[in-house]
Design a binder for this molecule. Structure first.
Ligand code: SAH
Length: 359
């Protein structure tokens, strides 16, 4: 049986140069290939017109570029584009592109499915399939850059999967985005459910990225109902790891707080959250995310608009800068895992539920 061809996306210029030398070609060809891949989003060796055809032939025999295919694309009226990306083994993940006036931001997946099992999340319902490689993570961005012909400046790791459960590939992909694609590391954000030991490890990587912690509850008991991994890593341990992160990287953190109607959106819970963060001595804003409707076993619902406002005000009065995530791409199911669910027809989410916006 033939070995699957190795992908070039995911390799550094240095690694590509070694490959080129191994094929008896001049070292500078490595830089040319890296430029085609990371700056010009080439998807085949044929496109690399400044390479001798002999080299293109040799590359074709052993390698492939490795850009994912677009299996599906939805465009929202606000310009948000949601992609379903397909890799060579047929698995799919979601990526989202958010164009703003002054910048273009994308949301990337790190795993096919997710093992964290959060009870409110569409991705969790499909279970876990496999990790993505660093090249597969970066490939999502390159594909969107190619499709839209827009330079992407900001990246959030908030798509499918738990980045810190796929630690090595996540860190390698962050380095590639910095050194090969040329995006400022300060514009990269990794979001986690709170894998305490991995947060500390990440702090020691010397990467000036932003860490976002998905808090979603002010105490361990409620948090464990929403996020199963909260039974393993308690808030005290997670916040202590975040403190280590803040001290070592000198970067602020972001605390994400999903608001689910009647579950975690009371004003007492807002006060408890403010107190928890104050005790932790951690700097960083709270970002409120109103629940994007997913049909869950628990029957979770969206929070009412006035409650989101009151929750926000309570936190702000307690001295915590609080923002609310802009609702974008509603009609294209832009919450984590929703597009794949719809396209795969695992479960059809009624569109009228998605369009009806209470926030
Ligand atoms: N595993 C990581 C990153 C992926 S999820 C993490 O948990 O942070 C990215 C963000 O989307 C998380 O804050 C997650 O809680 C949130 N999210 C998941 N499902 C959602 C939904 N139905 N509505 C709104 N936000 C959701």
């Amino acid at each position: 049986m033939n070995e699957p061809l190795q992908s070039i996306i995911g390799k550094t210029t240095e690694e590509i140069t070694k490959i080129v030398l191994g094929l008896d070609e001049a070292a500078f060809r490595g830089k040319q290939i890296a430029d085609w891949i990371y700056n010009k989003s080439a998807e085949s060796f044929e496109e690399m017109k400044n390479l001798p055809s002999s080299l293109r032939t040799k590359l074709n025999e052993q390698y492939r570029v490795g850009l994912p295919e677009v299996a599906h694309r939805d465009v929202s009226s606000d310009g948000t584009m949601k992609y379903l990306m397909r890799y060579s083994d047929g698995v799919t993940v979601e990526s989202v592109l958010l164009p703003y006036k002054d910048r273009v931001s994308v949301c990337l997946s790190t795993q096919v499915g997710c093992a964290a099992g959060c009870t409110f999340c569409a991705t969790a319902q499909g279970g876990f399939t496999r990790n993505l490689s660093a090249g597969e993570i970066v490939g999502q961005l390159l594909r969107m850059q190619k499709e839209t012909e827009r330079r992407i400046s900001h990246v959030v790791y908030m798509g499918m999967g738990e980045p810190l459960f796929n630690y090595d590939a996540t860190v390698d992909s962050l380095r590639l985005l910095g050194s090969e694609v040329g995006i400022s590391l300060r514009n990269l954000t990794v979001s986690t459910v709170g894998v305490a030991p991995a947060i500390k490890k990440l702090a020691d990587e010397n990467l000036p990225i932003t860490l976002a912690l998905s808090l979603h509850a002010p105490d361990d008991a409620l948090r464990a109902e929403l996020i199963p991994t909260a039974k393993k890593w308690k808030l005290e341990e997670i916040l202590e790891a975040c403190y280590y992160y803040a001290i070592h990287t000198r970067r602020n953190l972001t605390f994400e707080y999903l608001l689910i109607g009647g579950v975690n959106d009371s004003l007492l819970q807002a006060l408890a959250l403010a107190e928890l963060l104050k005790k932790s001595k951690l700097p960083g804003n709270v970002n409120l995310i109103p629940f994007n409707y997913v049909d869950t076993k628990r029957g979770f619902r969206k929070p009412v608009k006035s409650q989101v406002e009151a929750f926000k005000e309570t936190l702000q009065k307690a001295g915590r800068i609080t923002t609310q995530r802009m609702i974008r791409g509603h009609e294209i199911s832009a919450a984590c895992g929703q597009l794949r669910q719809r396209v795969d027809s695992v479960k059809i989410i009624p569109l009228e539920t998605l369009a009806e916006s209470t926030v």
